[in-house]
Design a protein around this ligand. Structure first.
Ligand SMILES: Nc1ncnc2c1ncn2[C@@H]1O[C@H](COP(=O)(O)OP(=O)(O)OP(=O)(O)O)[C@@H](O)[C@H]1O
Ligand SMILES: O=P(O)(O)OC[C@H]1O[C@](O)(CO)[C@@H](O)[C@@H]1O
Ligand SMILES: [Mg+2]
Length: 321
């Protein structure tokens, strides 16, 4: 039997484009004649029954806004079986028979649990980290990378003037994709990611050689999963006497207006999730692979490790000499 009442929530760290996805779920649901509800503060709102009905105007003027109008949470109570049961009961009590969860890998774990409790659940990849398998990109990643590239452009100006080295520490939790894509796009000399081992002696030597051969700056991007930029700086200083200046971009990477790529991805995936629910699908994670919208079993998604794009990493090495 097809769904009649659906709800949407945003969970985990916010990401640019979450609002565009919420708008798409609400408007696509209403377009198809469903009743659409919004849950405030992610899984915490499911447990506290903080749920309201949405109409067309409730998602007006948000496609261009960062953050999430539904707010978000990292909810410890929901990780317990009791919390998950309460969340499922609150949805059933209201007759809500479909749920769209917008979040990262942790939120997907939660969506999988709800699916196993009989809630028709669809996951949408909403995280800057790009750490979810079975989708080429997550919603927010493109904007976060643009922010890092913009910051590196600025750093490069002042580093070149002073013939200095710069370390830029970026987010991504255990995934190096923000560092990798921003590094390739900004021409960074060195990219340190948790997926690839590195040799500090080699990095320090190459930096000294590059400066002696006329390079005017040296930019190192460090993914947070590797360690602290300050520690890497101290290790390089010990080896070659050059002290890279450290910039930690932090939560700046999660804010601001989403790029058109993130808005289009969010709009397409939000609509796709609703159409899959209407078609009777559930327990799936929606993504985009080589331009095609796909729905993969969420159980498979949460139990698969995302592949690192080694060929892009090798490319950065060839081009950054
Ligand atoms: N194993 C799990 N079982 C049930 N719920 C979980 C599980 N792991 C995480 N969650 C729920 O999902 C929420 C969000 O997870 P998490 O904090 O890991 O963020 P995320 O969704 O991965 O997003 P991001 O990494 O972008 O911040 C958690 O606070 C918790 O409520
Ligand atoms: O916002 P918080 O709770 O400080 O979490 C930061 C983490 O969230 C993310 O921004 C998104 O997962 C990670 O890149 C980072 O490790
Ligand atoms: Mg995560």
């Amino acid at each position: 039997m097809s769904v009649k009442k659906i709800a949407v929530l945003t969970s985990g760290g916010d990401s640019q484009g979450m609002n565009a996805a919420v708008r798409a779920v609400v408007r696509s649901g209403l377009y198809h004649g469903l009743e659409v509800f919004a849950v405030q503060r992610g899984y915490a709102g499911l447990i506290n029954d903080d749920i309201r009905e949405m109409d067309l105007r409730s998602v007006g003027d948000i496609i261009q806004r960062g953050g999430t109008i539904l707010q978000t949470a990292r909810c410890k109570e929901f990780v317990t079986p009791e919390g998950q049961q309460l969340a499922a009961d609150n949805l059933r009590k209201r007759g809500i028979d479909g749920l769209v969860v917008l979040g990262g890998d942790g939120s997907y774990q939660g969506a999988n649990k709800l699916s196993k409790l009989g809630i028709n659940t669809m996951g949408l990849p909403g995280t800057i980290d790009n750490d979810i398998p079975f989708t080429d990109f997550t919603i927010g990643f493109d904007t976060a990378v643009s922010i890092v590239v913009d910051a590196i452009n600025k750093l490069r100006d002042t580093m070149s003037s002073h013939e200095r080295s710069s370390i830029v520490e970026v987010m991504g939790r255990h995934c190096g994709d923000i560092a990798l894509y921003a590094g390739l796009a900004s021409g960074a000399e060195t990219i340190l990611v948790p997926e690839v081992p590195y040799d500090l002696d080699e990095i320090a030597n190459r930096m000294s050689e590059n400066f002696s051969q006329g390079k005017r700056h040296s930019i190192i991007i460090v993914a947070e999963g590797v360690g602290k930029g300050e520690d890497i700086s101290a290790e390089i200083m010990k080896r070659n006497g050059i002290e890279p200046r450290v910039t930690v971009l932090g939560h700046i990477q999660r804010g601001g207006t989403p790029t058109h790529n993130d808005r289009i991805l969010a709009s397409s995936l939000g609509d796709f999730a609703v159409r899959r629910l209407i078609a009777g699908d559930s327990g799936k994670a929606c993504g985009i692979i080589k331009g095609e919208l796909v729905a993969t079993d969420i159980d498979k998604v949460v139990n698969t490790k995302k592949q690192f794009k080694m060929e892009l990493y090798e490319l950065t090495k060839r081009l950054s000499q």
